[in-house]
Design a protein around this ligand. Structure first.
Ligand code: NDP
Ligand code: PMR
Length: 399
């Protein structure tokens, strides 16, 4: 099969419930961590209590509010006292593609309460139903990452639900390869970096406190990265290449008026803006690790799940690209993975005890075995990470 490279080159519930259960915990090697070593807190009674509050802005539903599910991750012990509850994971952009497949994969284990943090509430509900997720396994909560107000509102709503936060997955993204002109978030940041990086940066920073409070044995913050942001790979060398330059555009606010819409200060290029945003995602994972891992025990990680060539990510690309990209990845680069397989990979990063190391960028080999991958020079530049962090703090109103 011969494919022209040029064909691929871009032109440019409120929850109302009170659930109390007494469960037992047998296996202290659960998730590879000894409860006694890790956390001396009492696991004997888990109380999930949520009070209904009237908030007209709250777009939150609990798929099922009445039934009590016995977490299957708990084990009966002889003393009958130790318990472990289900984990709660928030996944952004769980209404399609990788996020949805991950939610499904985790739901199937019966060990997770999944918060689907999505901008389109009805789409998320339908998506969960369409993949057969059990009604009591998920909650849909509204989150539009292209609005910092919405991010703050989401955090308020999540806290009102009184669910714990054990794992946060920053997965949502937009990719605008054919855009000739930049478009902007509510606060006026170029849309791809604004959504994929700045929205997630504020979300993760705010929810860090909630993660810290979690008594779950393994707390994680996962930020989805990609091969195309890494210029140490063939895929990362397909033009336009990621390059944050001296960050002058980011420092100027990415508004396309008195500053460039691009991080490096150059002319707008939608495909590059996406790749730059992925570099920011991978840099922020490492900066979180450096600043907070030791103090909090939270594992910070990123990953390249494989080329999931069939997802909605390519919806803005030209029809010919969408037609040829999946076979190109399947038969030529052999980098293709199905949504299901990719979802299982991200689900491993959420819950597998063997992928608990912090500061790691995970990838999978041809046999679908995970390994710690090398990031490109720019995507592992600690000084640049610090600068992106500090500028981003100012842009999202944290500094
Ligand atoms: P999809 O387009 O299928 O999923 C993206 C999700 O992000 C959708 O649920 C979308 O919501 C959501 N989203 C977009 N904008 C916003 C916003 N403003 N607020 C909240 N949610 C938003 O793409 P993928 O599943 O492929 O992408 C998921 C992640 O995987 C991304 O981080 C991407 O960079 C990464 N990735 C993907 C690869 C691939 O080959 N596909 C390869 C490497 C990494 P809605 O459903 O409403 O549109
Ligand atoms: Mg790529 C080993 C080769 C490889 C892999 C794993 C990918 C993944 N790509 C590879 C090679 C090539 N790509 C080559 C040789 C070309 C030139 C023909 C090529 C082109 C190409 C385009 C135009 N590839 C693309 C695009 C996109 O628009 C996608 C993109 O960059 O989205 C940001 C893309 C991708 N290639 C990948 C992966 C995973 C993507 C998409 C997603 C992403 O990084 O999120």
């Amino acid at each position: 099969m011969a494919l022209q490279a040029s064909s691929f080159l871009p032109s440019a519930v409120t929850v109302h419930k009170e659930v109390k259960f007494l469960l037992t915990f047998q296996d202290s090697a659960f998730l590879g961590i000894s409860i006694s070593d890790h956390n001396k807190s009492d696991f004997s009674v888990v109380s999930l209590r949520s009070k209904k509050k009237s908030n007209p802005c709250t777009v939150l539903t609990r798929a099922q509010t009445t039934s009590i599910t016995t977490p299957s991750i708990t084990r009966a012990t002889t003393d009958g006292k130790k318990t472990l509850r289900k984990g709660t994971v928030v996944i952004t952009g769980a209404s399609s593609g990788l996020g949805l497949a991950t939610a499904k994969s985790l739901a199937e284990t019966g060990k997770w309460d999944i918060v689907m943090a999505c901008r389109n509430f009805l789409k998320a509900e339908k998506a969960a139903k369409s993949v057969g997720m059990a009604k009591d396994s998920y909650t849909v909560m509204h989150l539009d990452l292209a609005s910092l107000d919405s991010v703050r509102q989401f955090v308020d709503n999540f806290r009102r639900s009184e669910m714990p936060l054990d794992v946060l997955v920053c997965n949502a993204a937009v990719y605008l390869p054919t855009a000739k002109e930049p478009t902007f978030t509510a606060e006026g940041f170029e849309l791809s970096v604004g959504t994929n990086h700045l929205g997630h940066f504020l979300l993760a920073r705010l929810l860090l406190d909630d993660l810290k409070k979690s008594d779950y044995p393994s707390k994680r913050l996962v930020i989805v990265g990609s091969i195309t942001g890494n210029t140490n790979t063939l895929a990362g060398n397909v033009p336009p290449k990621a390059n944050l330059g001296d960050l002058r555009g980011l420092a100027g606010g990415l508004n396309g008026l008195n500053s460039s819409a691009m991080i490096d200060g150059n002319e707008f290029d939608g495909a590059k803006a996406y790749k730059d945003s992925k570099v920011c995602n991978m840099l922020m994972m490492q900066e979180f690790h450096r600043r907070y891992h030791e103090e909090t025990g939270i594992a910070f990680s990123s990953l390249y799940p494989g080329c999931i060539a069939t997802t909605g990510l390519f919806r803005e690309h030209i029809p010919l690209f969408r037609l040829l990209f999946p076979p190109f990845q399947k038969y030529i680069t052999k980098g293709y993975v199905s949504e299901t397989e990719a979802g299982q990979r991200l689900a491993q990063v959420v819950s597998d005890p063997s992928l608990l190391k912090s500061g790691v960028y995970w990838s999978w080999n041809k046999n679908s075995a995970s390994f710690e991958n090398q990031l490109s020079q720019e995507a592992s530049d600690a000084e640049k990470a610090r600068k992106v962090w500090e500028i981003s703090e100012k842009l999202v109103g944290l500094a």
